[in-house]
Ligand binder design. Structure first.
Ligand code: ZN
Length: 509
């Protein structure tokens, strides 16, 4: 038995004596220090228990963590650490059976892209401890002695943290799935490896070789979220609140299973299957069901996205970016960084166009003002002339109107005259009168009426032209406001995607 093992056993008996059954109240356990690899490990409860924060600790939960001293110091150096957790406005998820996958997380209501599903403090945070071996390298007898030693030590370390936990956290940890139930792994390490999510990415545990210093977090609820290569949610870590968050990357329907990806989504179907095998996952997501089609589409996405930089015109870039976005949505791979990038690049293009149009509009305004000033001067000069002309026109119109009125009354007079004389007139004369004089007068009238009609038509046409011009102006205005609306729309989308992907809002430059 090594000194380290002896130390662990002593620590375990210490916590076993401290432990009370069913104790969920925040406890003020002292930090414990031990040597791990070539570094020092601190077993600590985060946040440190303060009686004044009891309600907050009960609400947001506590984590048992194994950190190196630099990580712990930097965490507490953050102003306001640990910030209280932000939760969705109403419950958005439930844990329910998910068929052969065991338990899973499901949406209890509709969610839109960027929507917060859950924030949670981890049960445990610890460094990976030993390099993760996959496939047939996994058997204990094939691992180098130093690594098997580390795996056994890690089991002890996690045991220490489990013993330090409040009862409900301990029960939650023990009830998690262990997909690494084989001789090389202890029960607790197996659970930690099966359910660990990447946390504290900006820190590394000093003193452990390769990537085994990377921190992993095990969560009560967030670790229940199953894998899909076409996930609808993304997990992100926030060191300031010491919590993980889950947000929708696209719209999610009520009762839909919430999924994240456990592997790099840019891998091929075969590569993903190899990474997922140690988790006992044979993925049956739409991408894996038709691997060939999915691989081809993903390759198409990457090739098209790479082209964008080489394109010259904004129109060509926009067209390619829109086709990248469409392909990603068809693939259900909104989790690809290219999806966020494509939206951010589109936003830049529209911002550029908006700025250019604003400059154009300013220039046009300036020109218009110049033109108006010149015209104004001209108008002043020509006012007298215009007035005279207008008066003349008015008079003509008036005369014409007067003429037609005259003609009408004349005709009426003639008609009445005719009526008056009718009975007295002989048949022949009557005919003459009917065919002659009144017809002549009627013709004159019709002519005048025609002229009037023509005038009216002219006016109608003028009005129509004016309406058309107004319509054109409206259309131009609409077109001008298009980039502005697109900028607003894209800002919202990029912000939602930024929240989902990185756990922080998008900040325009
Ligand atoms: Zn899959």
């Amino acid at each position: 038995m090594t000194d380290d093992c002896m130390m662990h056993i002593l620590m375990l008996s210490f916590y076993n004596n401290q432990r009370r059954a069913d104790d969920n109240s925040p406890r003020d356990l002292p930090d414990m220090t031990t040597r791990i690899g070539s570094g020092q490990a601190i077993f600590t409860t985060i946040p440190a228990c303060k009686r004044s924060h009891k309600d907050e600790l009960l609400r947001d939960g506590t984590t048992e963590a194994m950190l190196d001293s630099a990580t712990k110091r930097k965490l507490y150096a953050q102003p306001g650490f640990p910030r209280p957790l932000t939760q969705p406005p109403s419950l958005a998820q439930r844990i329910s059976p998910a068929g052969k996958k065991g338990l899973g997380m499901f949406a209890t209501r509709a969610l839109s892209a960027g929507g917060l599903i859950l924030s949670e403090r981890p049960l445990v945070v610890h460094p990976l401890g030993a390099p993760l071996y996959t496939g047939d390298q996994m058997g204990l007898f094939r691992l180098p002695q130093s690594i098997t030693g580390r795996v056994i030590e890690t089991e002890f370390e996690i045991e220490v943290m489990v013993q330090r936990m409040v009862t409900k956290n301990r029960d939650a940890f023990i009830s998690l799935t262990n997909s690494r139930d084989f001789s090389s792994c202890g029960n607790l390490v197996g659970r930690a490896y099966t359910n660990g999510l990447d946390v504290l990415q900006e820190f590394t545990f000093a003193g452990l070789p390769d990537d085994s210093g990377a921190y992993k977090g095990v969560f009560d609820k967030l670790s229940r979220v199953n894998h899909s290569c076409t996930p609808n949610a993304v997990f992100s870590w926030d060191s300031l609140s010491f919590s993980g968050s889950l947000r929708a990357i696209r719209a999610i329907q009520p009762d839909e299973e919430i999924t994240i990806t456990y592997c790099d989504p840019s891998l091929s179907t075969a590569e993903r299957a190899a990474v997922l095998a140690p988790y006992d996952i044979v993925c049956d997501c739409p991408a894996c069901k038709d691997g060939a089609a999915s691989d081809a589409r993903r390759n198409d996405i990457f090739a098209k996205f790479d082209q964008v930089e080489e394109l010259e015109s904004n129109d060509a870039k926009r067209e390619t970016l829109l086709s990248v976005i469409k392909l990603i949505e068809e693939e259900g791979a909104e989790v690809l960084p290219e999806y966020y990038e494509a939206h951010a690049m589109l936003l830049e293009i529209y911002q550029e166009e908006k700025a250019a149009e604003e400059t154009d509009a300013e220039e046009a305004d300036a020109e218009e003002t110049d033109a108006e000033e010149t015209e104004g001067a001209k108008e002043e000069q020509g006012t007298e002339e215009a007035k005279e002309e207008k008066e003349e026109n008015d008079t003509t119109a008036h005369e014409k109107e007067g003429n037609s009125e005259e003609t009408k009354s004349e005709l009426e007079e003639k008609k009445s005259e005719k009526k008056d004389i009718e009975p007295e007139q002989p048949e022949e004369e009557k005919e003459v009168v009917e065919e002659g004089e009144p017809q002549e007068k009627g013709g004159e009238l019709r002519e005048k009426e025609g002229a009037l009609k023509e005038k009216e038509n002219e006016l109608d046409e003028k009005r129509e032209r004016e309406n058309e011009e107004e319509e054109e102006e409206r259309k131009v205005e609409e077109k001008e406001s298009e980039p502005e609306e697109k900028v607003k729309e894209l800002e919202q989308k990029v912000n939602a995607l930024s929240l989902a992907m990185f756990g922080r809002p998008f900040l325009p430059e």
